[in-house]
Every structure is written in structure tokens, then in C-alpha cells.
Design a protein around this ligand. Structure first.
Ligand code: ATP
Length: 238
């Protein structure tokens, strides 16, 4: 039998009060993959990531990491299980330097791993140049890089990214996606929420399309890129 998926979401139902945001979501991410999660505003993409990272608890259903139930474990403990979450809106520590922000990402270890910091500075030379600059004074793109770098300092096997391209200029988006490809090639599995469906599907191996809290489609990324419904709804084509 095949090895269990790195991450598996089984029939997840998640509520905000009386609002049912996820109505039975099934999704899996295999080790080494990049999986893109697409969908309109309010479809439940962020809710799916928040449930996978333990920020939200499902009303029913299961979250499994390598076949082990992890739903109900608090997010700060989940870091120990190898899940890194870069939430929407980046949220770097504005009054801490770049280096201090990165060190914060290593809080699950006794001390930050200098080799890991060097690897991150290698991925993001801009952060290396600005290691003593305060987080709040970085550009939007640099803050996104810092948020990703901070998550990597926790040495996650699985990186959850919520709209890394949000509010960034096309050239910066391009750079961030190139770095994500490199991060994946260096061994980190990625589950990515994106409004920028074209970019996301070019990077991803597979994709899921969420519609009002359920999975409407899941396919190889190349098949989704070629699908007329996806092209019309998410790639801005008529
Ligand atoms: P977006 O791209 O706009 O962030 P999304 O696909 O990530 O959309 P979610 O943020 O997961 O969607 O929201 C799914 C549903 O849950 C929406 O109807 C939203 O209004 C609702 N929702 C999200 N967060 C909350 C909250 N904190 N309280 C109440 N309802 C919420």
C-alpha cells in the first residue's frame, strides 16, 4: 500500500458561529508536492489553511499528518509536527529587525539554527542585505519574504502559504514564486492559497478549486490550466 499523504483533510466541516465555511472538504498533499488551492473570495481557502495549521478546530472531520490525527492540537504545538503557516497579510514584527524576526520563527528550538538562517539569507539575498533593518520599514515584497523566511526557521516539512502575492507588483510576485519553487526543490512540501491562479498553477503539481466550502474540482495543475471553466472563472478569460 502507498505511504500516507503528508497532509490529509477528511470531510472537514468548519463553522464560524452559525456560518458553515467548510462543508465537507477532502484534500491531500503528498510529500514533495506543491498543491494550489484556488477559489473565489469567501470560498473557504483561508479557512482550510487555518484548520490545517490548528488555528481553527473542525466541527467534524479529520486533519491527518502522515496518517496521524492532528486536529485539536494547538498551533504553537503543531509547529513541532512540522507545519509552518504564513498567514494572509504577512504580519511581521514591525519593531524587530529582520534577523530578530527570523529568530522568532525558530522558537520551537532551544536556539535558532545559524545554518538555516544562512540558507534563508541565500534564498532571500534582500533579507541578508537588510538583516539589521526593522521589519516595519521593509517593502511589502520584503515583508512577504520575511514572513516566509520566518516560517522556514521552524524547519517545516509542510509550508502553508496564504496569498503570498497579495498586494505586490508583478515583478515581485514573479520573484516570490521563483523562490517558492526553490524552497520546494530543496525539500519543503507546499500548500498554497492564491488569487493569482495562473502563477499558482504554473508552480503547482496539482490544484483544488473550492466553491462555497466544497471542493468543486481537483486535478493536475496542467489540466486545470487548460480547463475552460477554470480559465473563465480564475484566469480572467471569456
Ligand atoms: P478570501 O480570498 O476572500 O480570503 P477565502 O476563500 O479565503 O476568501 P475564507 O476567508 O476562508 O474564504 O472565508 C470562508 C467563509 O467564512 C466566508 O463566507 C467568510 O465570510 C466566512 N468567515 C471567514 N472568517 C470568518 C470569521 N472570522 N468570522 C465569521 N465568518 C468568517
Amino acid at each position: 500500500t502507498a505511504a500516507p499523504a503528508l497532509l490529509e483533510l477528511r470531510d472537514l466541516r468548519v463553522f464560524y458561529g452559525a456560518i458553515e465555511a467548510l462543508k465537507g472538504v477532502n484534500l491531500s498533499v503528498r510529500e514533495g508536492e506543491v498543491v494550489a488551492l484556488l477559489g473565489a473570495n469567501g470560498a473557504g481557502k483561508s479557512t482550510t489553511l487555518r484548520t490545517a495549521s490548528g488555528m481553527l478546530s473542525p466541527r467534524s472531520g479529520e486533519v491527518l499528518l502522515r496518517g496521524e490525527r492532528i486536529d485539536g492540537i494547538k498551533p504553537h504545538n503543531l509547529v513541532r509536527f512540522g507545519i509552518g503557516h504564513v498567514p494572509e497579510g504577512r504580519r511581521v514584527f514591525a519593531r524587530m529587525t529582520v534577523r530578530e524576526n527570523l529568530e522568532m520563527g525558530a522558537y520551537r528550538f532551544k536556539s535558532p539554527d545559524q545554518d538555516e538562517m544562512d540558507r534563508i539569507f541565500g534564498l532571500f539575498p534582500r533579507l541578508a542585505e537588510r538583516s539589521s533593518q526593522l521589519g516595519g520599514t521593509l517593502s511589502g515584497g520584503e515583508q512577504q519574504m520575511l514572513a516566509i523566511g520566518r516560517a522556514l526557521m521552524g524547519k517545516p516539512e509542510l509550508l502553508l502559504l496564504d496569498e503570498p502575492s497579495m498586494g505586490l507588483a508583478p515583478l515581485v510576485v514573479q520573484q516570490i514564486f521563483e523562490i517558492l519553487r526553490e524552497i520546494n526543490q530543496q525539500g519543503t512540501t507546499v500548500l498554497l492559497v492564491e488569487q493569482n491562479a495562473a502563477q499558482a498553477l504554473q508552480l503547482a503539481d496539482r490544484g483544488y478549486v473550492l466553491e462555497t466550502g466544497t471542493v468543486a474540482m481537483h486535478e493536475e495543475a496542467s489540466a486545470l490550466l487548460a480547463d475552460p471553466r477554470v480559465r473563465a472563472a480564475y484566469l480572467g478569460e471569456i
